[in-house]
Design a binder for this molecule. Sequence first.
Ligand code: C2E
Ligand code: MG
Ligand code: MG
Length: 763
Amino acid sequence: MSEPASSGAAPALGEGVAWGFCALGGAMVVALVALRSGDLAAAPVAVMGAGAAIAAAVGRRRNRPQVSYPWLLFSLACVGFIAGAVLRQVLAGTQFAPVADVATLAGYFATTAGFVGLLRCRQSSDRRLHSVVDGSIVLVAISALALVAFTLPTARNAGFSEFAVVQGAYPVIDAVMVFVAILLSWTSARRVTSFWLLAVSVVFMLIGDIGYAAIGTQGETVGSPLLDLPFVIAFSLFGAAALHPSMRILSAVQQRPVQAWSRGRVGLLVPMLLVPPAVLVWNDDSPSTWIGAAAGGLLALLVLSRAVTAVQAHAKAQEGLAYQATHDALTRLANRARLVQVVDELLLRADRAGDRVDVLFLDIDSFKLVNDTWGHQVGDRVLRLAAERLLTVTDATDVVARIGGDEFVLARYVGPHTPGGDELAAAVVEAFRQPLPGEDALVTTVSIGLAGSGASGGAAGPDSAESLLRDADTAMYRAKAAGRSRCMVFDPSMHDSVRQRVETELALRYALARDELLLHYQPIVSVQTGVVVGAEALLRWAHPSLGLVSPLDFIPIAEETGLIVEIGEWVVSEAVRQAARWRDQRAGSGMPDLWVAVNVSARQLRDPSLVDHVEAELQRLDLPASLLVLEITESAMMSDEDVAATLLHRLRDLGLTLAVDDFGTGYSSLGHLRRFPVSKVKIDRAFVAGIEHDADDAEIVRAVVAMSLAMRLDVVAEGIETEGQRVLLQQLGVQLGQGWHFGRPMPAEDCTFVLPQPARAKS
Ligand code: C2E
Ligand code: MG
Ligand code: MG
């Protein structure tokens, strides 16, 4: 029903058009007074009626209200009114006179339906029910009044007829319309110009109809043309309401906070409840009628006050619930639901005013580390302090929300004189560089993504709170990747890299099923003798179009999506099978069996089925557990220490060897690693690379080797590329080494070290 805002549509109307229409109405008022006794006396009301019908149609097209059918009904209503007015003049005195009333009444029904339509768009269903009940109360009371004031006198003078009923009906319908207009004003937080024009227009209709109802009691239907004056005014206000640009948001859904009985509502209902007793004593003032009327009125008021107190208690409870539903319990900031609602409202406002809304997506850097290291209590305190800090750098009009664990969102309405989101972001980043009050040692920086409405130029459709949040979130990830504690502004090209990532993720899902994954093996040798003692299995992805993809490019994605669990199981199965094959090849050669090292990621360490899978595979191929080494980086061990420790102990109990991979790149000390049952340490390539020229690197390696030996850990040096490095490492006491100097990672069939030919030739 709502019209799509296509780019080719005509622009919205300016306010001037609406006021111009009002001016036309003023001219017609003057014309009516001037022409009141001439033949053209009916012209002004006809002109304004037709004008209002056209105005409603034009306003509906040009202002593009969110829900447009009420305006169509208003348009039709005006047509009904004009038809009624014309027919009344033409058919006066004939037996077909009531046909005019049919047209007019149809117009009234269309108007009422239009108002109810507007009201429906703005209210939730339970409140709609309240409106219907309130409306019925008003309807009953006004009908009683109209019957007594107009229908009965008309019937007395002209005999009871449909004419008498119709005369009584007009003011009733008007009263209902006034009431719906009042309800409409209660549902709107801000009463826009269009609303006021509509409401006053309805009041003038009521005045006009009371005039006609009054002459109706004398049996007349046609009186002085001046009786049409209120209708000329009503039509001009009505047309102006349709043409005014604010009509666009008249039908916007309004979620108002829960209301108890408003004063206005009670003030309206009390007189209505007192109408029936008043009607009783209208003509009959016998004592018994007075007593009955007083008791009836009193009872009605008592029942109403009973209802009011009950509803007030209920509203209070609901208010509490509504607060809970829209706020975060820990920080008392708005939650996601509330944020989305408020930002959508701001966007609507900004769109009309030509301003914009900036949304900042914040994530506390390494918050997980805080939680893991100091516990959840400190984590909660940090979140509360972060919330306070955000409140100090924002303005009262900014929206501050917490939408997830350590994710906060700020939204700012940026008008011509407001500093933009970039300035706000800079202030936030700066504020978070200071240590947290009361947590001296703790500095928690934030990464921020910024997205502003209108930035996409409408290419990705109109802005919504959700789309802005998504863009700001994307930018926030960029800020993290760029080194944290900074703000990145969203740019549509960021979506491309996200899309690329999603594509990789999708392809990775099928990689296993399509047999695109394979393992390469890199020899691990005795640094002293050069004899190969084992090999590390390194994963490769033979991508159909990208070629051989490095694990560095796809393991992080596999970890994030959880695919690593399935892939990891495949790696274990494949590596165990290879180890068994090599054992069979070496059988009887007198050479010791080669062990195979498999890399295990953090995500796998949180999956208890890993142990069962490893055990099952070893059993299936009857491979001794000592031929399988699992390599785990220190950061993976630290990410969930207790869970990791439990799982590693179970693996250790199977007889497996556990190695700390990339040692030196994390934050832990060897001492800290003692709580894990590891027996091998792999010194990261970064230290080996500098060992020949950098005294510090050499010292680090020396210290690590000394400590490892003291703790009876085997040391493997990674990334040995030169003979010089090998010699130095040997002198430092390193037993095992791995690197291009000894051999690159290669397919299993190229691993000649399994049965070395030259050695055979010599023997
Ligand atoms: P890593 O476990 O530390 O593996 C050693 C990496 O160093 C390998 O990179 C290897 O090719 C490379 N390398 C070996 N010798 C030298 C050298 O002399 N010089 C240089 N510059 N590099 C050398 P690759 O194969 O790209 O693997 C990268 C990382 O991906 C691995 O680091 C490991 O953390 C991870 N990874 C590999 N396969 C798997 C797997 O099956 N599962 C899991 N979870 N991670 C894996
Ligand atoms: Mg490794
Ligand atoms: Mg490594």
